[in-house]
Design a binder for this molecule. Sequence first.
Ligand SMILES: *Cc1c(COP(=O)(O)O)cnc(C)c1O
Length: 390
Amino acid sequence: MSIPFIDLKTQYRRVAAEVERGIQSVLMSGAYINGPEVARLEERLAGYCGTRYAVGCASGTDALMMALMALGVGPGDAVFCPPFTFMATAEVVALLGATPVFVDVDPVTYNIDPVRLDLAVRAVRAGDPSLHPLPQHAGTLTPKAVIPVDLFGLLADYAALLPVAAAHGLFVIEDAAQAFGATQEFSGAKRRACSYGQIGCTSFFPAKPLGCYGDGGMCFTDDPDLLELLRSVRVHGQGADKYQNVRLGITGRLDTMQAAVLLAKAEIFDDEVRLRQDVARRYAELLGALPGLTLPVVPQGNVSVYAQYSIQAESTAHRQELLDRLTKASVPSSIYYPVPLHLQPAFANLGYQPGSMPASEAVAARIFSIPMHPYLTAEAQQEIAKALAG
Ligand SMILES: *Cc1c(COP(=O)(O)O)cnc(C)c1O
């Protein structure tokens, strides 16, 4: 028996009838673009996340791009983001001519460090890289926004982050591409991913916690003005009608077909989040006693959706040893992320050097991910644990 890294086929068997009914209905309707399923999904998921509005779009990357465009981010603006994340988080910033300013992560949660965020904003304001490592020419930038990432399914520390952002007048764009469905106790109440900040963004890429069968994404907001702006930039900056263009935009629509898929999958999503907790609990029992492994830490008050189950080895060599054992036992594994963004060739022009983001660099050198999905059986997990134990 081979263990899949993420088992989308088992999930499909569970939702097949509903998905096929939904797709059939879109096929028959002819409303392939902006069909009623899109608005239904927006309403449903806004309700789920506890925001007033949602705007479906073509991918998680487009969701981030549309958020930045709606907030008017452009050349001369500094946008703070963690370097230990997927490329898209900082890529969209640079694509719009703004400058990503990297802020190192907390070494335990892997999410952006609120104390360092404060330092980084002060450093940009003062044009002083001795306060915090900065990209080249950062002294001319205006601090504009922060993009906290909810990495591996765990929400960033919003109780600490939001006051820092507010004190510096930064917009908050939540990158919840990996955390749809995650919750955190915030001001005494449970609040879901995508509801923090002015705009929350998620992805429905098939491997994400709530995935469709292609590309898809969504923006969430409570602000009616931002809702209008997001809808406008989604379709070429349209104004009162389709052929009035009041700003630049993109082709960022969510396909009706994918909305139908997501409506079907939304029905089982809460159950899947629960199953993910069971899988994580079993991993903790099986792997907790193995020497040299640092398992995911979920701080009090949080529910992670474990987009990845990521473990730190003691060293790069120890990681290689573990990965080789997994390969020998035919257990798939992956490294998210081997190179932090400040050291990626695409961002070489920012002039960051190795050593400037020590926590991200240390994590990137030791982290690896093992199979994680709601349908992972206890037997498969025992096999994985046996392989890791060597
Ligand atoms: C997947 C992902 C994205 C981008 O989502 P796509 O739908 O693939 O464009 C952005 N940020 C993070 C953290 C992601 O994991």
